[in-house]
Design a binder for this molecule. Structure first.
Ligand code: XMP
Length: 512
């Protein structure tokens, strides 16, 4: 096991992911409980994450001293490097040399950390994001890499197997970072890369059994990949203690609810309740146009419906959800620390605190592509695994402004045509997610010989690896022209179509 001590970086889970990719099991513990985690897991190596704090501030977080007394290899990243240096007798300076984004590291010395990846004298691109920097090394350390703004960009105490990097090897903008992390776990810590998604599945199943005991679980099913994988996994773990609930909130796509219900009942033979709550949801959303309020309203009603359905089933102890890591990190900081809320994903920040059921979220550490791999491991068909993500609050997020039944109908038709065109063009699998958005804006047009004054429909399509960053999809204009023509001809209420060419960041994938 590799222990990852989380100091609150937005990208701590990427470290875990890189370790998983290297075929090694890891666990993340928040710094507050790192002492306990270190004792419990007896890890073969430790990685200290980055974080928003400054080691020069009084009371800033520290790594457990026990880690440095145990003789295990340690890799400190950014804040992790700084606190390691501060704790071992070096010095850190605050504030003056902020460095964000692309930088280049010159390799000063050969090291097992760089073996087979970087050689002495070379320069390599890395990603930096720091305000503080190390200014004096603890005894035993040497500089193995420098950058213009970080003279101690990479440091090593080869005898004690302590390594520190100021840059972030876990992000894709450090192109060789994954291989450096693999070097740390394989060459330096001597761990074999024999851990797989099949093993993850077994661990997840064991963890579910332990958490749930003989309690009853209900699982909200949206028809998307995440909740389906969560349901299958839980079903493997606890069988008929699980009941799935498909809440039709009236914000699904065309025919979606019926298709999902049928597939789950027939294919998987998992007990499923199809709760039609569309009136409740749409009435509650009447007049609500603030995006966060929409999310909170929907999140609260989801729980109301789950609780009502649980009661009908004679009670449930747990609510299971297919929450993924990117949902978590954008809603609340992993450690409950100071990272900012981008949006309250309904299955995370949108949940009311008064909920009686406890949460089961077996996918909370995973990224979308890992969930798909886990789905394959669980025997889900490829056609299903390849489905585009669909957010829990559904079409409400794609109807900026007030959500009304009429506008939802218009949106549903446009969306179905758009996706149909994408499938026909053979582009569905090349795209991470594609959907229509109905703007609350009417514009003037001319159809036949008459004037029209109808809504604008925006089309969105993006590519992405994990939903954390995304690029707009570069359709050719011919495709867009045809999709626009069909939508305007076939959908009453739309007379203009535009294409969204915003990446994430600065945009998000959904419009709300
Ligand atoms: P954004 O819009 O934040 O979305 O770039 C990233 C990915 O997450 C999906 N998404 C959600 N999924 N509940 C979900 O289950 C939500 O509340 C939610 N909001 C966004 C979004 O569709 C994209 O794939």
């Amino acid at each position: 096991t590799v222990l990852i001590v989380d100091f609150g970086s937005q990208v701590t889970q990427l470290i875990a992911r890189r370790v998983r990719e290297a075929g090694v099991y890891s666990e993340i513990v928040p710094f507050q409980s790192a002492d306990e985690g270190f004792a419990r897991l007896a890890p073969k190596a430790v990685i200290l994450s980055g974080g928003p704090a400054s080691t020069v501030d009084i009371g800033s977080p520290r790594a457990p001293q026990a880690i440095f007394e145990a003789g295990v290899p340690v890799l400190g990243i950014c804040y992790g490097q700084q606190t390691m240096c501060a704790q071992l007798g070096g010095a850190v300076e605050g504030g003056h040399h902020r460095e964000f984004g692309r930088a280049f590291v010159s390799v000063e010395r050969q090291s097992p950390l760089f073996e087979g990846v970087w050689s002495e004298g070379e320069r390599h691109q890395v990603w930096m994001s720091h305000g503080d920097r190390v200014t004096a090394l603890p005894e035993g350390f040497a500089v193995i890499g420098t950058s213009p703004n970080a003279p101690f960009a990479a440091i090593a105490d080869e005898t004690r197997r302590y390594y520190g990097v100021q840059f972030h090897p876990e992000v894709v903008h450090t192109p060789d970072g994954a291989r450096l992390i693999a070097n740390f776990v394989h060459r330096i810590a001597g761990l074999k890369g024999d851990w797989t998604m099949a093993a993850y599945k077994d661990q997840a199943i064991a963890a579910i059994r332990e958490q749930v005991g003989d309690g009853k679980v209900i699982c909200g099913l949206s028809g998307g990949v995440d909740s389906s994988v969560a349901a299958l996994l839980i079903h493997e773990a606890i069988g008929d203690q699980l009941t799935c609930i498909l809440v039709d909130h009236g914000l699904m796509r065309l025919n979606e609810a019926a298709e999902v219900a049928e597939m789950f009942r027939q294919h998987y033979n998992i007990p499923l309740v199809h709760a039609d709550a569309s009136d409740t949801f749409l009435d509650a959303l009447d007049g609500v146009s603030d995006p966060e309020l929409k999310r909170k309203t929907i999140g609260k009603l989801f729980i109301d419906v789950f609780e009502a359905e649980a009661k009908k089933l004679g009670g449930a102890d747990f609510l299971a959800q297919g929450t993924l890591y990117p949902d978590v990190i954008e809603s609340v900081s992993f450690t409950g620390g100071p990272s900012v809320t981008i949006k309250s994903h309904h299955n995370v920040g949108g949940l009311p605190e008064r909920m009686d059921m406890k949460l089961v979220e077996p996918l909370r550490e995973l990224f979308k592509d890992e969930v798909r791999e886990l789905g394959r491991e669980l025997g889900l068909p490829d056609s299903f695994i390849g489905r585009h993500p669909f957010p829990g609050p559904g079409l409400a997020l794609r109807c900026p402004g007030a959500v009304t039944r009429d506008r939802l109908d218009i949106l549903r038709q446009a969306d179905a045509i758009y996706l149909d065109e994408i499938r026909k063009a053979g582009l569905y699998d090349a795209i991470w997610q594609a959907f229509a958005v109905l703007l609350p804006v009417q514009t003037v047009g001319v159809m036949g010989d008459g004037r029209t004054y109808e809504y604008v429909c925006a089309l969105r399509a993006v590519t992405s690896v994990d939903g954390m960053t995304a690029d707009f999809y570069p359709f050719d204009m011919g495709f867009l022209g045809e999709a626009a023509t069909r939508i305007i001809n076939e959908v009453r209420g739309i007379n203009r179509v535009v294409y969204d060419v915003t990446s994430k960041p600065p945009g998000t994938i959904e419009w709300e």
